[in-house]
Design a protein around this ligand. Structure first.
Ligand code: PMV
Length: 341
């Protein structure tokens, strides 16, 4: 084949898990299935210039600034996926990438970042390997994204997305993500508000790679993996029936379990901050007092995702967040910023 020099561009959103992936086996196989919402407003835009016939190398720019560390990571990743894309090491890459959300926001930029890179690679793959159906190409992009960052494989699809083999989800796989069937989702869960409260900026004390690894020696890990698998049974019923109360209970339980696993690791670590606890307690107080469906989930970090449906109460909930919750927590510096999606 003839390989030409060319540039491809792609964009990919981030996602937030409802049933969490925490713990994995070799070659990015999850220890349990997970399900997430894709965050359409938080995207990474990536352009990839491929210079054919140059020696293999990778240069990366993040929001216009050259990032050598990121380039090293991508180089390693490309070598790792060569067995699936045999042409990949036959040229030089200049990759320019930018996020539509602050880099330090704690929104998973590795998910949208690797999602966008995998989509760019699949565009190049069409040149080298010929056309594939859109379905096939998306599946392969999800497969490739997984090898960069596990949760990234869920970012290839909109809405609710499952990664990891589950008896409850037809077609689910450890190797790529699948879209949760739309017909099985009550309207109330189809569109959600997700406001992210920025509580801690900058580097986390323990990376998610190290965190996943610590599940290997965590005495509670097996029970946790089993529980996550079991949680797909109620999750399926809830998504179908629209039972908000059970949804809230399950989603918050998943978030707290993720952080409980960190506390039970050896060495133990805690990524929540004072602001995280303050916000959680305020959300619980608000729910107790009003009965309105405002709840939270957490990623592997201190920031809080505030979730609430569009069920007629959203204006009241937004007013509570803007006034009572944010005024108090921003004044004393516990919440640094808020992203309203
Ligand atoms: O994709 P990773 O390796 O960064 O792991 C992310 C894991 C969580 O965000 C904590 C949970 C999840 O399922 O996304």
């Amino acid at each position: 084949f003839t390989v030409h020099t060319q540039t491809v561009s792609e964009s990919c959103p981030s996602n937030i898990a409802l049933i969490k992936y925490w713990g994995k086996y070799d070659s990015q196989i999850p220890a349990n299935p997970s399900i997430s919402y894709t965050l359409n407003h938080c995207k990474t835009n990536t352009s990839m210039e491929f210079l054919a016939d140059e020696p293999f190398s990778v240069q990366t720019f993040l929001a216009g600034n050259e990032e050598v560390k990121f380039a090293e990571k991508i180089e390693k990743y490309f070598k790792n996926v060569e067995r699936y894309l045999p042409w990949i090491l036959k040229g030089k890459y200049i990759i320019r990438t930018e996020n539509t959300f602050p880099h330090s926001s704690g929104i998973a930029s590795s998910a949208s970042g690797f999602g966008a890179i995998a989509k760019c690679l699949m565009k190049l793959d069409v040149e080298f390997s010929g056309n594939q159906s859109e379905e096939e190409s998306l599946r392969k992009a999800s497969f490739l994204a997984r090898l960069g960052s596990g949760s990234a494989c869920r970012s290839l699809y909109n809405g609710l997305v499952v990664w990891g083999t589950s008896d409850e989800i037809e077609g689910s796989s450890d190797l790529f993500a699948v879209k949760y069937p739309d017909a099985e989702i009550h309207d109330i869960f189809k569109k959600f508000n997700d406001w992210v409260l920025l509580i801690h900026e900058g580097q986390k004390s323990v990376s998610s790679t190290v965190g996943h690894g610590l599940m290997n020696t965590n005495p509670y890990a097996e029970r946790r993996f089993q529980e996550a698998r079991e949680n797909f049974v109620p999750m399926k019923e809830i998504l179908k029936s629209g039972d908000m109360e059970r949804f809230i209970k399950l989603v918050e339980h998943e978030a707290l379990t993720l952080h409980a696993m960190m506390m039970m690791s050896d060495p133990a670590f805690i990524l929540m901050k004072t602001g995280t606890m303050e916000v959680i307690n305020k959300v619980w107080d608000f729910r107790r007092e009003t009965g309105l469906p405002l709840f939270f989930t957490l990623d592997a970090g201190a920031n809080v995702h505030l979730l609430f449906p569009n069920n007629g109460a959203e204006d009241k909930i937004k007013t509570f967040i803007e006034t009572e919750l944010l005024q108090h927590t921003q004044k004393n510096g516990l919440v640094k910023d808020v992203m309203r999606f």
